[in-house]
Design a protein around this ligand. Structure first.
Ligand code: NAD
Length: 329
């Protein structure tokens, strides 16, 4: 069975190659992003394997279905980029990898917090330049700080446990509280209380119509002055221009982003030789208290192995008539 992997990088070739050693699917790796122009490349491929910034809107799905594709195997947990109603109408099955390593993403969020709170990126650049001074590097202890976790699913729960280990008071908001986190001392509160009381807010909820721009000018105004915001979830959870205003006023004291609303045409590519066309991102990158990583929170050896293994298991099960990890509208 032929599987075409769009947006594939060298690390995908390595992890999928290893996971395919026993299965012997016919894998074709495309480094190009899936969109209406590139969809014809999948002509005759029963299975298309897509990543988070591939275009899986109705026109692209129609083109894939017309070319013989029957299964879209997402090598991600998130599926907000798929037009599921169109897929159902076209008879396309959609499957995903519901869990690979929640530790990868949760630990990256913690990495962003420490890099910001201890200004590690400034220190790194400074000492490499022979400047061993400490001015401007004053940090703060995490112990005793209040951390607000929005969404305590797989990733948010791991993150809440790690932050409890630092001696933080952890507040959480989720429509489905987890009793084992409560037993650990995590307190579930409503969203308003979380925003009002947290020194650090970290987003771990999915992008849904009601969570789009969950963080905007109005919610930022309700947060503590100097608050730290971390988003490793999905870019559109925050209204990015509102972040810029809050950084300028000092309302937002620190910002760590692994995701960006307009990342689809930017991230995962080396654009260092090109002028940055995105003025919002360019402005964000001028602030000394902002760190942006290009959607790398998932990128650990363990997560890549799990993504490849589960994706190929999903395809094998589907071809045997057993649709596992199906995503439905
Ligand atoms: P999950 O489904 O296990 O958990 C999401 C949680 O959010 C659930 O408990 C749900 O009840 C809760 N939730 C839903 N709506 C909410 C709301 N309005 N307010 C508060 N909580 C709400 O998902 P997960 O695997 O923990 O992933 C979390 C997010 O991380 C997803 O959006 C996913 O896309 C993103 N993610 C990012 C990366 C990366 O590399 N940066 C990698 C994997 C996942």
């Amino acid at each position: 069975m032929r599987i075409m992997l769009f947006s594939s990088q060298r690390y995908d070739q390595e992890s999928f190659g290893a996971a395919n050693a026993e299965r012997r699917f016919d894998l074709t790796f495309q480094d190009t992003r899936l969109d209406l122009d590139t969809a014809p490349l999948a002509e005759g491929c029963e299975v298309v394997c897509a990543f988070i910034n591939d275009d899986l809107g109705a026109p692209v799905l129609e083109r894939l279905a017309a070319g013989g594709t029957r299964l879209v195997a997402l090598r991600s947990a998130g599926y907000n980029h798929v037009d599921l109603l169109a897929a159902a109408r076209l008879g396309l099955d959609v499957v995903r990898v519901p869990a690979y390593s929640p530790y990868a993403v949760a630990e990256h969020a913690v990495g962003l917090i420490l890099a910001l709170s201890r200004r590690l990126y400034r220190a790194y650049n400074r000492t490499r330049d022979g400047d061993f001074s400490l001015h401007g590097l004053i940090g703060f202890d995490l112990r005793g700080k209040t951390v607000g976790v929005v969404g305590t699913g797989q990733i948010g729960a791991v993150f809440a446990r790690i932050m409890s280990g630092f001696g933080c008071q952890v507040l959480a908001h989720d429509p489905f509280p987890q009793p084992d986190l409560e037993a650990l001392g995590v307190r579930y509160v409503d969203q308003d209380q979380l925003f009002a009381r947290a020194d650090i807010v970290s987003l771990h909820c999915p992008l849904l119509p009601d969570t789009r721009h969950l963080i905007d000018a109005e919610t930022l105004q309700r947060m503590k002055p100097g608050v730290m915001l971390i988003n490793t979830s999905r870019g559109a959870l925050v209204d990015t221009p509102a972040l810029i205003e809050a950084l300028k006023s000092g309302r937002l004291g620190y910002l760590g982003l692994d995701v960006y609303e307009e990342e689809a045409r930017l991230f995962f590519e080396d654009r260092s030789d090109l002028p940055l066309q995105d003025d919002v991102l360019a402005r964000l990158l001028t602030f000394p208290n902002v760190i942006i990583t290009a959607h790398q929170a998932f990128l650990t050896r363990e997560a890549l192995q799990a993504i490849a293994a589960t994706t190929l298991e999903n395809v094998a099960a589907w071809s045997a008539g057993d649709v596992r990890n199906r995503v439905e509208a």
